[in-house]
Design a protein around this ligand. Structure first.
Ligand SMILES: Cc1cc2nc3c(=O)[nH]c(=O)nc-3n(C[C@H](O)[C@H](O)[C@H](O)COP(=O)(O)O)c2cc1C
Length: 212
């Protein structure tokens, strides 16, 4: 039987200790700070060239795999492309944009993509049946969010992208993934932010319904 990772004893104990019919305090500094991490994470476009430690990225991927996944399918796979692979992706990006738009724009896009310090590709296994596929995609999305939030807490920004390139068969050849078996959930760039954009969200009253 293959080895499986388990959560720590501390984690289990902390979340299962008896509550004596009273909710524990939620007005804690820790929880407020956690909320700030969730609220504060932004999609980052511009990065410093400071490399992100590989160990941190590995930790973020490990944390990503603790996302909920129905039937424990663990449908995600993570690919960290090295320089040679990124170069091939840049070539393909340039080719695609040049064909669809213009050579100038293609060069510009290549240049902007070449400034992304960190690259991660997340794939999801194709499954039989629409429901299972939806659930597996949802699980992979939760994993991507875990990855991004963990990095954000460490001061690292990221951007989840799903451009045309992530559905191009040549992209699958470059990353060595069989397109009939898996699809790309996201091409994720990460790095220390040069600029963190502002964002807004709808009021809670617009998205929350209470029923009797
Ligand atoms: C599934 C998914 C795909 C996305 N694909 C792209 C993309 O291709 N290009 C892009 O500029 N942003 C993409 N984004 C990022 C969103 O544009 C971004 O999350 C949104 O603008 C809200 O900004 P925030 O993440 O800072 O809150 C994607 C986000 C998700 C969840």
């Amino acid at each position: 039987m293959t080895h499986r990772r388990t959560v720590s004893e501390y984690g289990n104990d902390f979340y299962t200790r008896p509550m004596k019919n009273k909710a524990p305090s939620f007005e804690t500094q820790e929880l407020r700070e956690f909320g700030e991490v969730l609220r504060g994470r932004r999609t980052v476009n511009l990065y410093l060239q400071t490399p992100v430690p590989e160990e941190l990225v590995r930790d973020a991927i490990e944390v990503a795999t603790w996302a909920p996944n129905h039937h424990l399918t663990e449908p995600w796979r993570f690919i960290l492309p090295g320089e040679q692979t990124v170069d091939k992706i840049l070539d393909l990006c340039q080719r695609i944009v040049s064909r669809k738009k213009s050579t100038d724009l293609a060069l510009h896009k290549r240049e902007s993509w070449s400034q992304k310090p960190g690259w991660l590709i997340v794939t999801c296994r194709r499954s039989d049946g629409e429901l299972r596929q939806q659930e597996d995609y949802a699980a992979c999305s939760a994993a991507v969010q875990n990855f991004m939030l963990y990095l954000w807490k460490a001061g690292v920004g990221s951007k989840w992208t799903t451009g045309d390139i992530t559905r191009d068969s040549r992209f699958f050849d470059i990353i060595g993934v069989d397109q009939s078996e898996s699809f790309v959930v996201g091409l994720i760039w990460y790095g220390y932010p040069k600029l963190t954009p502002a964002q807004s969200r709808k009021e809670l009253s617009e998205v929350l319904t209470r029923l009797p």
